[in-house]
Design a protein around this ligand. Structure first.
Ligand code: ZN
Length: 269
């Protein structure tokens, strides 16, 4: 699933490729892609692309106004599969394109202020990891950047949102913004090194601090990265940096190990 840095870099690549160009033709390969019947999509043809914007997880193509009319916007949601492909002119499009889900309405941490972030975070009492990655609360943060943000903020993934004090909330807000900005810059640099188009959108990246790095040393303190296994993914964290050394019970594993389950990072390093 694309997260905010991926979308930002797509927007920049699109700006380089098509800003100022005239949209010649729109072909809809999957009928579920098109959400608006009026005006007809073909009426967008012949308009100039004035600019590319990002709206949460959506890429927006702003089109010039036709004579006497209003500017138009083509809004592309990258959905679950999350890849935007760039093909040479007249290349055959890929056959299978997966689509899912409407925009769930989360706010964008790069454009909201601390007050809005705080209000959104406390709107439901969930663990920090669940709240950050809930697309109804926040836009563009998935499992990968959720782990990275919490590590940067030095906060436990299982702390409850309503238990967070003002100082920790500010730290989380600043960590979220810093992580997303830093990763956007990193992915931008990598796209530039690969001909300008971000072709490598992956859930794991070797430069991540904890996400996907179970058992490897935390880049801050050197302790092995820990994990909590969920049904369809896992949370990675550093016990020394984020939980005061406490190992969070992984339900399956702790049941298996019962009494021998280590409770503190010092018991295993
Ligand atoms: Zn650490």
């Amino acid at each position: 699933m694309p997260e905010l840095p991926d979308i930002a870099v797509y927007g920049e690549a699109l700006t380089r490729e098509i800003a100022g160009a005239v949209l010649q033709r729109v072909r809809i390969l999957n009928p579920f892609l098109l959400r608006t019947a009026v005006p007809p999509i073909a009426a967008a043809e012949g308009r100039r692309v004035a600019g590319i914007e990002r709206l949460g997880k959506r890429v927006v193509l702003a089109l010039d106004a036709a004579a006497g009319g209003e500017p138009w916007f083509l809004v592309i949601h990258l959905m679950i599969a999350g890849r935007l492909r760039w093909l040479a002119a007249h290349a055959k499009p890929p056959g299978k394109i997966a689509l899912e889900a409407m925009d769930p309405g989360g706010i964008d941490v790069l454009s909201c202020d601390l007050a809005a972030f705080t209000q959104r975070l406390a709107s439901e009492n969930h663990t920090l990891k669940r709240a950050l990655t809930n697309p109804r609360l926040f836009s563009g943060i998935g499992n990968a950047y959720g782990d990275e943000i919490l590590h940067r903020a030095r906060l436990s993934p299982v702390t409850l949102t309503r238990a967070l004090d003002a100082e920790a909330t500010r730290r989380l807000f600043e960590a979220a913004r810093a992580a997303l900005v830093e990763w956007t810059e990193r992915l931008r640099g990598e796209a530039a090194a690969h001909g300008g188009w971000p072709d490598k959108v992956t859930a794991f990246h070797p430069a991540m601090a904890v996400h996907g790095r179970y058992g490897q040393p935390c880049p801050v303190c050197g302790s092995p990265v820990q994990r909590i296994v969920h049904a369809d993914n896992e949370t990675n964290y550093c016990a020394r940096c984020q939980t005061g050394g406490k190992l969070l019970a992984d339900r399956a594993l702790s049941r298996l190990l019962k009494a021998s389950w280590p409770k503190h990072i010092d018991d295993i390093d």
